[in-house]
Design a protein around this ligand. Structure first.
Ligand code: FAD
Length: 490
């Protein structure tokens, strides 16, 4: 490393976020653009270049983290960009969105704050774009083989790019009007602006990928016709079948699923709508579910100028620090995570909680009640103990005009005579479409990648699955492959 003792002399410093009072007035990303740049070399120099870099293992993509940290410390941005792109098609996505299991695996994290891997990653990616190191790489020659990718989320995009670069002719079918999957209509712009997506899609188009939007396979185009038209098919349709809140009052007006609410807010950012029909403006908002989707609802409701926002989490808060007994290094701490949105709602919270954010921990929803017009007015909850048993005397009501259900997803959507039925896809692990370790289904030439196979997961896993499924398809089409396969399907 440029300074082998960097980890002893330099404290961890993260890319700064814009002040809360400024950022809640717009939809732009929460981080100061290029915020880590002045100190990124010193931060990268905190990497110890471990003999066995556990960060590699922790990253589903196998990102070559010590290598690009060293290149940044040496100010060699072109090489850093190349090494970063060697394992990751879209590092500007993961550098913004990933919860960074690599940082949990960083050896320095045993007794010091981890290297700011994620911030270094996004800084390299942005510098790569700014200096022209990232460009279209169309294939030198075409194989004459054709592949259809169904779904344009990160898994479908990664698979399409890999297969196109390998010389195959790839078409991506997307039922929405725009490309991107959850990056487009799920994840809010304050986490990643849509211009990031557009830039990559333009790169894929320049490399030869063809996008067909507004086409739902199974409805507008039958699966049989698709199979007849292409030599191989990758199903990358995501896992967006949501969990319900099965409680009295669910039917009241003003109670919606998170994924009914967030796409409309994203459409406002796209300029399709002036105001979301479900806007939280002036409303008391209660979000049922303490995870990342709930946090996205929280940040969105704050930006829509809600009167108050509370987020209910049934889990007891285990504390800001890692619970060493439950999650010894280098396992990824799953128990409790703060999102930037949680910094934004303290002022707005009406719920009497001692926490610094808007979440009410160890709270279980009992029922929703409404007014004479059938509109929701109150969410009734009770505090629970570690075994989720109600604690006597803690029942109370929260005012609510908008209730958002963010309880996760139980797998890919299945409709009678839809895509899965037409292809005869079975159900595998975590409710996903059944496939073997090479991403292949029982239907010859049909593969499954991303959340559609794995269940609702992370962008980094979707990219890794897209890359690995592309390698499997290339092998199936040609008998061998030089494409990397960072993971197996199980
Ligand atoms: P998706 O992104 O779901 O894309 C699937 C695409 O397939 C969609 O565009 C869909 O319209 C299309 N499709 C479906 N059926 C058909 C059909 N029959 N014909 C044509 N097209 C079809 N992960 C992170 O790492 N960080 C985060 O901060 C984060 N935030 C999230 C916030 C929310 C609100 C949600 C819901 C998820 C979040 N995730 C996050 C998870 C992450 O977005 C997903 O794991 C990832 O997008 C999965 O990628 P995918 O390509 O498998 O599927």
């Amino acid at each position: 490393m440029a300074d082998p003792k960097g980890f002893l002399t330099t404290p961890r410093q993260e890319a700064p976020r814009r002040p809360v009072e400024e950022r809640v007035r717009d939809w732009a990303e929460v981080h100061v653009p290029g915020g880590l740049l002045p100190i990124v070399g010193a931060q990268a120099d905190r990497c110890m270049d471990c003999g066995i870099p556990f960060c590699h293992e922790a990253c589903p993509l196998g990102n070559l983290i010590p290598e690009w940290n060293e290149l940044v410390a040496r100010d060699d941005w072109r090489a850093a960009s190349e090494r970063l792109h060697a394992t990751n098609n879209f590092p500007e996505f993961t550098g913004r969105l990933c919860p960074a299991p690599c940082e949990a695996g960083c050896v320095l994290a045993i007794n010091q704050p981890a290297v700011t891997i994620k911030n270094v990653e996004v800084t390299i990616a942005e510098r790569g774009w700014a200096e022209g190191f990232v460009a279209a790489r169309p294939p030198g020659r075409l194989s004459g083989r054709t592949v259809a990718v169904i779904g344009s989320g990160p898994a479908g995009l990664a698979a399409a790019q890999q297969l196109t670069r390998a010389g195959h002719t790839v078409a991506v079918y997307e039922r929405d009007d725009r490309v991107g999957g959850l990056l487009r209509y799920g994840i809010p712009s304050f986490k990643m602006e849509k211009s990031q997506l557009e830039r990559r899609v333009a790169q894929l188009v320049a490399e030869g990928v063809r996008f067909r939007t507004g086409v739902e396979i199974g409805k507008h185009l039958g699966a049989d016709r698709l199979r007849a038209r292409y030599d191989a098919v990758i199903v990358a349709t995501g896992a967006t079948a949501w969990r319900e809140l099965d409680l009295p009052g669910r039917e009241l007006a003003g109670v919606h699923q998170a994924m009914e609410y967030l796409p409309l807010a994203n459409r406002v950012c796209e300029g399709d709508l002036e105001v979301s029909p479900l806007s939280a403006e002036g409303k008391h908002v209660v979000i049922v579910g303490g995870g990342d989707t709930g946090a996205d609802c929280l940040g969105t409701a704050v930006r829509e100028r809600a009167a108050s926002v509370s987020q209910l989490d049934i889990y007891a808060r285990p504390g800001d620090v890692r619970d060493e007994a439950a999650e010894p290094w280098p396992t990824y701490p799953k128990l409790y995570r703060l999102s930037a949105a949680h910094e934004e709602a303290g002022e707005l919270r009406t719920a009497p909680a001692a926490d610094a954010d808007a979440r009410l921990f160890a709270a279980s929803t009992l029922r929703l009640t409404g007014d004479a017009d059938g509109r929701v007015r109150e969410v009734h909850l009770v505090e629970v103990d570690a075994e989720r048993r109600p604690r006597a005397g803690t029942e109370r009501g929260l005012p609510a005009d908008l209730v958002l259900i963010a309880l996760g997803f139980h797998g890919p959507e299945r409709r009678a005579d839809g895509l899965a039925d037409q292809l005869g896809l079975g159900t595998g692990e975590r409710g996903g479409f059944a496939r073997d370790a090479t991403f292949a289904t029982e239907v010859p030439g049909v593969f499954v990648a991303g959340d559609a196979g794995r269940g609702q997961s992370l962008v980094v896993w979707a990219i890794a699955e897209g890359r690995a499924a592309a390698a499997a398809v290339d092998r199936w089409l040609t008998g061998s492959t030089r494409l990397p396969a960072p993971i197996g399907a199980h």
